[in-house]
Design a protein around this ligand. Structure first.
Ligand SMILES: Cc1cc2nc3c(=O)[nH]c(=O)nc-3n(C[C@H](O)[C@H](O)[C@H](O)COP(=O)(O)OP(=O)(O)OC[C@H]3O[C@@H](n4cnc5c(N)ncnc54)[C@H](O)[C@@H]3O)c2cc1C
Length: 470
């Protein structure tokens, strides 16, 4: 039986492991930490009985990416009534509804502009999906289809926002685009925003009941059912012996593990890989639900905080340029409103982060809480306990989160399709049998398993090819 070793048990490592095991390979996963899941873990970070998501919280692609769709895991998905809310200073909120027509219908004179922007992506999603998510490489037909929306898809948020007149539509676009961790003037921040808007309308922004960890545990159970093995507390320091090694690590860690086994030119390219801004995160145990001035914010688990397009643009520019925003864009999740397993009766949890310069050591607690208080007066009085996680804490717990970068590397134009190096099939390294499968490969950050799935398919194809030649 052929053997595969997977380094790292993040969603991509587990996706790679399951894909190999499904084809009858003997698979062993080594995880440096004592718990499995990488960016898909939950823990009682504040008080007993309060379940917090250590990293990822909301999973637009956790049920419906091509990999997860095919796997059908026994995870109970919570689907809030709305996908995202964005409060404004006048006490109103703009809402991303599941339906793009309903969303558009609330954007006043920007109704038609929103439909014009979003409809081609939502209606064409089935044909576009292989070019955006993979598995890579996509079939030629999907590439041709993708070219039709490429211009919009590679735009900056500012250029897309220029199609809108209302503060609501501009703010909605800014909130989704700021997930890219790019300045909103930089391409493809608008494309990332548009992609996320499309996932809201196509899949919905759900999350696993009981915490993100449930998704990781379900992946591990499936792997074990297929005969795979997981070793936790097992940090890999040198390249393991196996027919195939799939590394769910970012370039910096691959260089540490296998630097001497990589050709100099490839190692040089990996060294030039760029990491983006970091995040500073807070988790709260709360005495009640967040008292939003705009009542509608209670309909969504995800809330984009920071006000207008211009304010968000300033915040994202600051983090990119190495400054700490005074009024940061805050991405907040309030899962306990829709999932009562997250906190004791009557109590709540909330999860939030803002973007900071890579490797920042600044404490952003006050600035994040001031932003929440701005749109939810009385919020601070509800805080029973808080846990802060700074970039260095993230990195200590997961070597993939370099300087706090949660996307496994900057998502700028140069590293969007060709990451970590400029190759059509970037999963394969020049070292025979060694593949990269982390979010430092396409399609990048997020819980979708598509980096791992694509890398494993390439490894299996290579193996088939070598067998047919011998
Ligand atoms: C704070 C935060 C919030 C996020 N929010 C969301 C969200 O809401 N929705 C979403 O979709 N995505 C979110 N993400 C991003 C998402 O979690 C990641 O993109 C995803 O987890 C990447 O998966 P991965 O398998 O590539 O790597 P990871 O999940 O990072 O897993 C890599 C694993 O490899 C292990 N490892 C590293 N080096 C070694 C070694 N030498 N030996 C053995 N093991 C090793 C690590 O310990 C880790 O467990 C968030 C991330 C963070 C940090």
């Amino acid at each position: 039986m052929k053997s595969a070793v997977v380094i790292g048990s993040g969603p991509n490592g587990l996706a790679a492991a399951i894909t190999m095991a499904r084809r009858g390979w003997e698979v062993t996963v080594h995880e440096a930490e004592e718990t499995v899941g990488g960016g898909v873990r939950s823990d009682e970070l504040t008080l007993p009985g309060f379940v917090h998501d250590v990293c990822s919280a909301i999973h637009p692609l956790g049920r419906d990416s091509p990999f997860f769709r095919d796997l059908v895991l026994p995870v109970e998905w919570v689907q809030p009534p709305a996908e995202a809310a964005h409060p404004l200073d006048d006490g109103t909120a703009v809402i991303t509804e599941r339906s793009f027509l309903e969303t558009a219908g609330r954007l006043g004179e920007d109704r038609a502009a929103y439909v014009r922007l979003v409809r081609p992506v939502v209606d064409g999603w089935t044909r576009l999906e292989p070019s955006i998510l993979g598995p890579r490489p996509p079939p030629p037909r999907a590439i041709v289809q993708g070219l039709g929306v490429a211009r919009t898809g590679l735009s900056s948020a500012r250029s897309l926002a220029n199609r809108f007149r209302t503060k609501e539509a501009r703010a909605l676009l800014a909130g989704h685009s700021a997930h890219s961790m790019l300045p909103l003037e930089k391409r493809p921040s608008g494309g990332v925003g548009l992609f996320l808007i499309a996932t809201a309308h196509v899949y919905g922004w759900g999350f696993p009941r009981g915490g993100s960890q449930r998704l990781a545990d379900a992946l591990v159970d499936r792997l074990r059912e297929l005969g795979g093995e997981i070793r936790t507390g097992s940090r890999v320091d040198e390249l393991p012996k196996a027919d195939v090694v799939l590394a769910d690590v970012v370039p910096r860690e691959l260089l540490r593990i296998a630097g001497d086994r990589l050709p100099a030119r490839y190692a040089h390219a990996l060294r030039r890989y760029r990491y983006g801004p970091g995040v500073f995160k807070l988790d709260w145990a709360l005495d009640g639900p967040i008292p939003w001035a705009a009542e509608e914010c209670r309909r969504a688990a995800t809330v984009h905080i920071g006000g207008s397009f211009e304010e968000l643009a300033e915040s994202e520019r600051a983090a990119w340029e190495g400054r700490h925003p005074e009024r940061p864009f805050v991405l907040l999740a309030q899962q306990s409103l829709f999932d009562d397993s997250r906190a004791p009766p009557g109590k709540h949890t909330a999860w939030a982060y803002c973007h900071v310069p890579n490797g920042s050591t600044e404490d952003m607690t006050g600035r994040i809480e001031a932003q929440v208080e701005r749109f939810a007066p009385g919020f601070r009085d509800l805080v029973l306990a808080r846990a802060a996680t700074a970039p260095a804490d993230f990195e200590r717990r997961n070597r993939n989160i370099v300087g706090g970068d949660i996307n496994g590397g900057a998502l700028d134009l140069g590293q969007l399709f060709f990451r970590p190096v400029r190759k059509l099939v970037p999963y394969r390294t020049p070292t025979k049998g060694l593949y990269m499968c982390s979010s430092a490969t396409p399609p990048g950050g997020g819980v979708h398993g598509m980096c791992g799935y694509s890398a494993a398919l390439v490894a299996l194809r290579d193996d088939d090819g070598s067998r047919s030649h011998t």
